[in-house]
Design a protein around this ligand. Structure first.
Ligand code: SF4
Length: 300
């Protein structure tokens, strides 16, 4: 049996990747809105190399009967496996290539701060070893929201560390969290995020919508009157503002269950189409219906 601990999260576009557990949980574990990885009895754990090797051996057996269906990509699981030290990431890449010599790329979720600790030379060597197309949950580039939510970095860090990834040849996608700026500030957050994205080259910006659960710290902040949630229609105006302000070629997607309306389009080509779709939601779907959807999202 492959070692999979707790709920395994992966981006929608990693559906055909080999999911390999090299970590479980999150080293940060402090974002106020987050209720992910709370089903684990620990905050963060690194998998023993023996477990990783045993899983690769098993995966090799599973793929053998399906000639021609070899995975071309591995997705390392956990909230931020890219936090692992350079040497460990290189050992993992070596193991993957030992069992799957034709594996082309290795991806994972990453925090901005995971990049900070690696030298430029290390990033380049990681890229040469196959690391590419990371998914970074920046959430926003609105410093006020990043501070309040305890994300552990600011807009300037996103810019600096993603430029370093680009220099090393490592491509990446972003997750954006619609609603993170709070009532009355959605469009401010969207503009701040677009301004940072416009200086970078993410492959895709995937928007999720804030859904607040009672076991989050944010829920307590709301109860104490320290923070106010955006109305659902404000969240859609925020998405519209973000799409409108993006000037770079990028795929814009909103695919997860937190979005009442799913969308994926290529910018700038499909910008007008996407804006018209969002205008239609804002104009014709009322707050009550959107709120009912939000309340129906029992878990992410
Ligand atoms: S949002 Fe991501 S970085 Fe923040 S605590 Fe949750 S898993 Fe960790």
């Amino acid at each position: 049996m492959m070692h999979y601990t707790g709920t395994i999260w992966r981006p929608p576009y990693e559906a055909s990747s080999l999911l390999l557990e090299v970590t479980a949980g999150c080293t940060h574990h402090r974002c106020k809105f987050c209720t992910l990885y709370t089903d684990l009895p620990f905050k963060f754990r690194m998998s023993p190399l023996e477990d990783i090797e045993a899983d690769l051996k098993e995966a090799q057996k599973m793929y053998r009967p399906f000639i021609g269906r070899k995975p071309a990509r591995t997705f390392l699981t956990g909230a931020n496996p890219f936090v692992l030290k350079y040497d460990r990431l290189m050992e993992i890449a070596e193991l993957i290539h030992k069992f799957f010599p034709r594996m082309e790329t290795i991806g994972s979720f990453a925090r901005v701060t995971d990049v900070t600790q690696k030298s430029d030379g290390e990033l380049t060597a990681l890229h040469e070893a196959g690391y590419d197309r990371l998914t970074i949950g920046i959430e926003t580039a609105d410093d006020e929201a990043l501070k309040f939510m305890n994300k552990g970095y600011f807009a300037a860090d996103i810019l600096e560390q993603c430029k370093r990834l680009e220099q090393a040849g490592i491509r990446y996608s972003f997750f954006y969290l619609t609603g993170i700026s709070g009532a009355g500030r959605g469009e401010i957050g969207a503009k701040a995020t677009a301004a940072v994205c416009n200086k970078l080259h993410p492959l895709l910006i995937g928007a999720n919508m804030l859904t607040i659960y009672p076991d989050s710290e944010l829920y307590q902040e709301i109860r104490h009157g320290n923070w106010k949630e955006e109305r659902e229609t404000e969240k859609y105006r925020e998405v519209r503002t973000l799409v409108e302000a993006l000037e770079i070629p990028v795929i814009f997607a909103a695919l997860g269950a937190s979005n009442a309306f799913q969308m994926q389009e290529t910018l700038p080509r499909d910008k007008e189409k996407l804006l018209a779709f969002l205008d239609n939601v804002i104009k014709n779907v009322g707050e009550d219906e959107l709120r009912r959807y939000r309340e129906s999202v029992r878990h992410l």
